[in-house]
Design a protein around this ligand. Sequence first.
Ligand code: AR6
Length: 341
Amino acid sequence: MPLEIVRNDITKMQVDAIVNAANESLLGGGGVDGAIHHAAGPGLFAECRTLGGCKTGQAKITGGYDLPSKYVIHTVGPIYKDGEHDEKALLELCYRESLIIAREYGCQTVAFPLISSGVYRYPKDQALRVAIDVISQFLLENDMTVYIVIFDRTAYQISEKLFSDIAEYIDDKYVDEHTDHSRERIRMNAFHPIVSELKRKKTDSAPVELCECQAMPSADDLNSRLDRLDESFSQMLLRKIDEKGMTDSQCYKKANIDRKLFSKIRSDVNYKPSKPTALAFAISLELSLEETEDLLRKAGFALSHSNKFDIIIEYFISKGNYNIFEINEALFAFDQSLLGA
Ligand code: AR6
């Protein structure tokens, strides 16, 4: 998956380069800087002494010494004052400059800590948003796998409002699932989605705008549905990409899926993706809930109200929010696996 959020100690990451949240002297400090120097050993400090420091927003590279990573890219984040001192622009620059250096050195995999979000006091949710925005922008043009490494639970939070909205949505759905009425609805859905949709509209006591005859598929519609019965996941995906007027690469990049996996799916008509992969494509294609269910079924899956992962996805689709990185942030906050490969 091109961009992944993981919970780990960055010094343990088996990647080509890890990024250090350093200070302008590049001579070590506390936080992640201290941990990196400690794990890399004295060779790193000796090389850092030759670099002549580094300005805020810039980045410099060294070897990884005793670390599992080949390189360390040192960048200096802004000290957060009030958000009115170019903090955001400087933080964006840190990510961009580090990625450009990583590309120059042929790195395929890079891991970032949340720069400036510790001693330099950049608000963590905003620091994460900056990281995701700059990295995902860069990945639209470059093939690389980038990890954002979150060290401890408290170091990470999505906005409280989003968290509580999703928590409430999960609660509602769990409750809903445990009523007989809802179970019946689910059974009906499995057998006759149109009838159950009508029932739902009626029982919701909202004005029913469709009459049953309008909701029944026409003969043409039915024929084309039957024609598609045998369509595989891969065929349906490619058809949807065409229908949405997207290119393949726009689709897999927006799905946070790497090119190799997409080629596999494209060339194997019977390819069976994992559920997160199938859902990532549904998000990328901005499918409705019903279309998402269709696509999932092709891969042998369904959305269920008995797990949080599915409910969170449903929450975002129902809000029309198809930003995969925001969805992944939320999944991460709720300890769920992430969308993508
Ligand atoms: N792995 C991943 N993330 C970590 C680790 C780790 N081992 N340790 C801490 N973090 P900070 P800054 C997280 O303070 O705010 C240093 O003294 C931590 O939870 O390390 O950019 C430098 O020399 C936080 O979310 O960096 C500078 O003087 C994030 O890394 C100054 O601190 C960044 O926290 C830089 O401050």
